[in-house]
Design a protein around this ligand. Structure first.
Ligand code: NDP
Ligand code: 2IT
Length: 460
């Protein structure tokens, strides 16, 4: 049956009607891509008043253009497993926007990866990258390949096959992938090796490289550290700091690990980490020594977080549970999208949590976001709070282009400066009678730069 879809969002309609009309069209154009619709809805709700107030944005149809990728690459990845069996996966790269710089964004290897999931991530990335203050466009890619339980040789063969197609589409001035879920230092190494072999070039076509072959100091730490710096900035608006606070963290991968590290250094006590099977709760706190054990468990032995509770006797393992029921002051969702639903958000607020900083991309469902905003707690959405990772990727590109290397202190200083600037921009655009709505702030601040660049560069 044909769907009646409004052609335009102009006229006398209210902002809400305009948002609904726009979303009907997006849903009709991209059926079934629920995470993409969710991400678009959140941005459109924030920016529609800006669009309606500026004729140049309406005339140039900036919003209609932003929800259609510039280009999508979908390819077959064939490889053989250790048993000699042929395996077939799907590979993707979504080139969402190049209006303020080359496409930039991570690669995700996870069985849940689909075109729609990557479109949500690529869409978010455009605004996040705009917020970093650096000249970075937006993109995202990945595969439904599941690295869990695979040997290093299987991961290498998969990465080589993946890059054998992708290499034609990337490059330092074109599109620069990096890591995300399931893609860390090991995978970037295999991907870069194959890129170099196929192109006969050593350049900055990927970020997140090892520091001994072109990577930036502090890139592994950047997302987690940045999320804590952003939380500190939010806390400082209420005369508070992480020191002495109880924090919960979800996930136990790259972002979670360095979030725990920075929080602990700043004097907070972190009492949880998790993976897709369950959560560990350690009421004595995950100290630097315990975190070093977790890093060895996850990054070297590639084990499961439940082993923490066997090793550290005071800790409990909550099988099948997420951390949100554990009382805390600060929460750092750092695992995956939609990991906080409405009930979890209510529980967090009820138990006294007053600051949420999102290391993950879109970890809170829209109803959970409403709970945080209505409770007027400090809520930093992913596209602002986790922008430190891509920001240091931007610095890595810059170091590669200039054949130079910045010190750890220098990169940390720049990361702090960038996170402060993102925070300031969110405050500038998100003020609501003394309360800062960081969702609106991040969406509007990220949007304006991209929309202005689209107007300047003509219709394309
Ligand atoms: P990792 O692969 O290193 O770690 C992911 C962690 O999240 C693991 O503990 C994993 O558990 C858990 N997880 C993944 N999927 C699920 C799921 N469906 N349900 C429950 N837990 C899950 O990834 P990163 O740490 O790099 O990424 C974490 C989040 O941060 C993602 O949302 C990513 O998009 C975002 N992000 C990452 C950046 C980066 O620089 N790496 C930058 C900005 C954002 P398990 O082992 O069981 O799968
Ligand atoms: O979601 C993200 O910002 C990332 N996965 C990092 C992207 C990057 O290019 O460093």
């Amino acid at each position: 049956m044909a769907i009646a879809v409004p052609e335009s969002v102009g006229g006398q309609a209210t902002i809400e009607q305009q948002v609904d009309g726009f979303m009907m069209r997006v849903a009709a154009q991209s059926p079934g891509e629920t995470e993409f619709h969710q991400a678009v809805h959140e941005v459109v709700e924030s920016v529609m008043p800006l669009v309606q107030s500026k004729k140049a944005y309406r005339d140039a149809k900036v919003l209609d253009r932003m929800v259609v990728p510039e280009n999508v690459i979908l390819f077959r990845v064939v490889w053989t497993d250790d048993a000699g069996q042929v395996q077939v996966n799907r590979g993707y790269r979504i080139r969402m926007s190049t209006v303020i710089g080359p496409n930039k964004g991570g690669l995700r290897f996870h069985p849940s990866v689909t075109l729609g999931l990557l479109k949500f991530l690529a869409f978010e990335q455009v605004f996040k990258n705009s917020l970093t203050t650096l000249p970075l466009g937006g993109g995202k890619g990945g595969s439904d390949f599941d690295p869990k339980g695979r040997s290093d040789s299987e991961v290498m063969r998969f990465c080589q096959s993946f890059m054998t197609e992708l290499y034609r589409y990337i490059g330092p001035e074109i599109d620069v992938p990096a890591g995300d879920i399931g893609v860390g230092g090991r995978e970037i190494g295999f991907l870069f090796g194959q890129y170099r072999r196929l192109t006969h070039r050593f350049n900055g076509a990927l970020t997140g490289k090892n520091a001994i072959w072109g990577g930036s100091n502090l890139r592994p730490e950047a997302t987690g550290y940045g999320s804590v710096y952003f939380a500190s900035d939010m806390l400082s608006t209420r005369g508070e700091s992480p020191k002495g606070k109880i924090a919960i963290v979800s996930g136990s991968g790259n972002v979670a690990q360095y979030t725990v590290e920075k929080l602990t250094t700043l004097g907070a006590k972190v009492v949880t980490m998790s993976d897709s099977d369950g959560t560990i709760m350690d009421s004595e706190g995950i100290t630097a020594e315990k975190l070093a054990w977790v890093m060895e468990l996850k990054n070297v032995r590639r084990g499961r977080i439940r082993e923490y509770a066997d090793h550290f006797k005071g800790a409990k393992y909550l099988a099948g549970k997420r951390p949100w029921g554990v009382p805390c002051d600060l929460a750092f969702p750092s695992a995956t999208q939609n990991e906080i639903d409405e009930d979890s958000a209510r529980l967090l607020v009820k138990n006294g949590c007053f600051c949420v900083s999102e290391g993950a991309n879109m970890p809170s469902r829209p109803e959970a976001v409403d709970v945080f905003l209505n409770a007027k707690i400090l809520y930093g959405p992913g596209k602002a709070a986790n922008a430190g990772g891509v920001a240091v990727s931007g610095l890595e590109m810059n170091q590669n282009a200039g054949c130079m290397r910045r010190s750890r202190q220098d990169v940390d200083q720049q990361l702090c400066t960038i996170m402060h600037s993102i925070h300031e921009n969110c405050v500038k655009y998100g003020q609501e009678n003394g309360f800062v709505n960081y969702v609106r702030g991040a969406n509007c601040a990220g949007f304006v730069k991209v929309a202005d660049a689209m107007v300047h560069q003509g219709y394309m």
